[in-house]
Design a protein around this ligand. Structure first.
Ligand code: ADP
Ligand code: ZN
Length: 348
């Protein structure tokens, strides 16, 4: 069993990482008068029964959403909250988020506002959610005018990661998770980047020992960054490496063409290229980042999108200051820095 302790100002909790941990889930979730499992159709078919089995003897309700980002709306939140009221959930009840980032974001948001906040437990089932979105307490929904524009910072009571769930994950979703994993190596820990590079094949084959190690390390890095800056006023911004360009690509393609992690992989490539162009990093280090990204098989060709349209989309990001766009660029191995750039200074 791998464990990561998350120690924040007002709350601390554990991330438990283990193969087949879903079989003994009741050891990790404490007590409640009623439970509401929030999941999506795909995940429910695969793991719904297993989780129900682990919660034997408890009053359990379940809300199943359509898979995909398009469910992440206020309208879904309202339906879930209505169901919770209908079923009589109280402040002593708990929500279980069973699924990928979409489920985690919605369920966490519902938990944060139902009766001004009830407890929730994250059971992330995508690699991306296991290494990134389930840790750190960001919850929220998309608005017509912007993704993740409304939400809250709200920490779970525990995170339970069953590495078995990765076995059913489509390859595209696995690569998506790899985007965030590579990111952690570049922003925080060069040795970790090397570990990823050396074990890429084993990782893509979901070899158990390496998966647990990788997931744990990412959670530890994220925990360290988030505990220093829960509300993203400073250092937490480094987690946005690859995301300035990545988000622009996602939004220009209406979130249909790339998974989040694929967009981040492409974004990291071009942001590393910018860093090389600005002379922050050596050619040799750039090549190393390039090789890892290329070996994940995502096409880096973005010629069809004009720089203007991408920059236009970046301008809408809530992270900008005084009309300048915030980029997190590699500075040296395992270190990045924020650079605020005017339109004309953005070159890749
Ligand atoms: P992310 O975690 O990348 O934010 P989503 O929550 O949108 O993404 O999940 C991506 C897709 O993967 C969804 O269609 C979801 O139903 C599906 N999914 C989630 N977990 C699993 C799993 N363990 N096995 C198979 N499919 C899964
Ligand atoms: Zn991300």
């Amino acid at each position: 069993m791998e464990k990561v302790f998350i120690d924040l100002d007002k709350k601390s909790y554990f991330i438990h990482i283990e193969k087949s941990i879903l079989n003994s889930i009741s050891d990790y979730i404490g007590n409640a008068d009623k439970w509401m499992i929030i999941t999506d159709k795909n995940v429910d078919c695969l793991y719904g029964e297993k989780v129900l089995g682990g919660l034997k003897g408890k009053e359990i309700h379940k809300f199943i959403i359509e898979p995909g980002e398009r469910s992440k709306t206020f309208s879904t939140v309202e339906k879930i909250l209505n169901r919770m009221i209908e079923k009589g959930l109280t402040r002593k009840s708990k929500i279980i988020a069973l699924g990928g980032g979409v489920v985690g974001d919605i369920a966490g948001f519902c938990a944060s506002i139902y009766m001004r906040g009830i407890s929730f437990i994250q059971i992330p089932t995508t690699l991306l959610a296991q290494v990134d979105s389930s840790v750190g307490g960001k919850t929220g929904v998309n608005m017509i005018l912007g993704k993740n524009m409304v939400g809250s910072f709200y920490q779970p009571e525990a995170v339970i990661i069953d590495t078995d769930t990765l076995n059913t994950l489509p390859k595209k979703e696995l690569i998506s998770g790899m985007g965030e994993i590579v990111k952690y190596g570049v922003i925080w820990d060069y040795d970790f980047l090397n570990l990823i590079e050396e074990n890429l094949e084993n990782i893509l084959n979901l070899e158990e020992v390496i998966m647990k190690k990788i997931i744990k390390k990412c959670c530890e890095i994220k925990a360290e960054v988030v505990s220093k800056d829960e509300r993203e006023l400073g250092i937490r911004k480094i987690l946005n490496f690859g995301h300035t360009i990545g988000h622009a690509l996602e939004s220009t393609t209406a979130y249909k063409r790339y998974t989040h992690g694929e967009a981040v992989l492409i974004g990291m490539y071009y942001e590393a290229l910018m860093a090389k162009g600005y002379g922050y990093i050596e050619d040799e280090y750039f090549k190393e980042i390039e090789n890892i990204i290329k070996s994940l098989g995502v096409s880096l060709d973005i010629e069809e999108f004009s720089n203007d349209s991408l920059i236009e989309s970046m301008m809408k990001d809530k992270k900008n200051k005084d009309g300048k766009i915030s980029f997190i660029l590699p500075k040296k191995k395992g270190v990045v820095k924020e650079v605020l750039l005017n339109r004309g200074e953005i070159l890749w």
